[in-house]
Design a binder for this molecule. Structure first.
Ligand code: PLP
Length: 411
């Protein structure tokens, strides 16, 4: 009999969302007329921008004619999209990123989960707590975690994010070689300023570590001192890989497209002490395991960078931004401390005193028919918080907030 990859046995159950679903279904079974509103979803509700639809229709049409049909595309993505990305997302912000440092994919989840493959299994990983679970699980699968003991993996360095520090992590103390940073952050909604990020880049330069910078929520940034890209920090090209997604930026959760930037300056070391380019290794990895993102989808993504496209996606993002403001204001009126929501679609709400994250989840479900996401599911430091998202419709968001306020007032 073949043997299983034992690392997989080290994974902890995908407990969080399964448990949320179970509780929601049990409530519905007991209350068939329930009108549940979800502020727990990480999925968008607004349709694609008209420019995206037009571009994709045109691309579909091209596929129907022998002269314009396209088969396998470049594994790294079509040049038209990589050039648009390099110009609009980086060069226009003063970041010296070229198309051959950009790798288009079918979303950030794969990239952020797969990138660790080009690093040594012995490299120590640092993750913030609370955290987007993909960073954790992909390294568990790869054998970098050690055993799971009393709620933590032995070989990870956890970087707790406390309220007192604006839910931002302090620098590590064990010189990890791989550091995951997510800004704007899922789940806390906090965002690293230029000063914060400079400290991280300098740290990585000193220790030789590599920062995996997840900027999936970059489009939600509203404050001037929050960088949209880590490459806005001088020297970051030697120490950072960046991940981007069109999922929340342009409603591509179901369409699937994202990209990562692996700068040519970023070097990794071999056992013999030689230097090898991360860009070359990632290119090799992608050419072996990935056959490119669909032409139709890449034409859709390209359309976002037109003037009209930018206008249209901002209109949709404004809907979510307003929802976040409604949630923040509602939490304040209800007397619950809340943060995030300004540079992020996520609001991180402190639960009432005496309750755990799950107690408050139950309270919101039973008393207001609202679904949230318990913070404790994102890591031990998430205990005492819940995550609310701004991705529902304006009408349902407003109604949910009114219900929450009423339920808390009647407590
Ligand atoms: N990174 C973070 C922090 C996310 O929250 C998500 C999606 O929820 C992703 C990456 C994945 O995005 P994509 O839909 O592009 O795979």
């Amino acid at each position: 009999m073949a043997h299983c990859n034992e690392n997989y046995l080290n994974l902890q159950g995908a407990y969080l969302f399964a448990e949320v679903r179970k509780k929601q279904e049990a409530y519905k079974a007991a209350h068939p007329d329930a009108n549940i509103i979800s502020l727990g979803i990480g999925d968008v509700t607004q349709p694609l921008a008209p420019v995206v639809i037009e571009a994709m229709k045109k691309a579909v049409e091209e596929m129907g004619h022998v002269e314009t049909f396209r088969g396998y595309g470049p594994e790294q993505g079509y040049l038209f999209l990589r050039e648009a990305i390099a110009k609009h997302d980086f060069q226009d912000r003063g970041c010296d990123i070229s198309p051959d440092e950009i790798f288009v994919s079918d979303g950030a989840k794969c990239d952020v989960g797969n990138m660790q493959e080009i690093f040594a299994e012995s490299d120590i990983v640092a993750i913030t707590d609370p955290v987007y679970p993909v960073y954790v699980d992909s390294n568990v699968m790869a054998g970098r975690s050690g055993k799971y003991v009393r709620g933590a993996y032995e070989r990870f360095e956890y970087l707790p994010c406390y309220e007192e520090c604006g839910f931002k992590a302090n620098l590590p103390s064990h010189d990890p070689m791989i550091i995951y940073l997510c800004s704007p952050n899922n789940p806390t909604g906090s965002a690293l300023t230029k000063k914060d990020l400079t400290v991280w880049v300098r740290y990585a330069q000193q220790t030789g570590s590599v920062i995996f910078f997840d900027a999936a929520y970059e489009a939600f940034i509203t404050e001037d001192d929050v960088p949209h890209s880590i490459y806005e920090i001088e020297g970051a090209k030697e120490v950072a890989i960046e991940f981007r997604s069109y999922s929340k930026t342009a409603g591509f959760t179901g369409v699937r497209c994202g990209y990562c930037v692996v700068p040519k300056e970023l070097m990794l070391e071999t056992k013999k002490g030689e230097k090898i380019s991360a860009n070359q290794l990632w290119d090799r990895r992608q050419c072996t395991k990935f056959n490119g993102c669909s032409y139709i989808v890449q034409r859709g993504a390209e359309a976002i960078y037109t003037e009209e496209g930018q206008k249209q996606i901002q209109e949709t993002l404004d809907i979510y931004r307003k929802n976040a403001a409604v949630i923040l204001a509602g939490a304040k009126e209800a007397g619950l401390p809340a943060c995030g929501g300004v540079n992020s679609p996520y609001v991180w709400l402190t639960v009432p005193e005496g309750m755990t994250s799950w107690d408050f989840f139950d309270f919101l479900l039973n008393e207001a028919e609202i679904i949230c996401t318990p913070g404790s599911g994102f890591g031990p430091c998430g205990e005492g918080y819940v995550r609310l998202t701004s991705f529902n419709t304006p009408e349902l968001t407003k109604e949910a907030v009114e219900r929450m306020k009423k339920a808390l007032a009647a407590r």
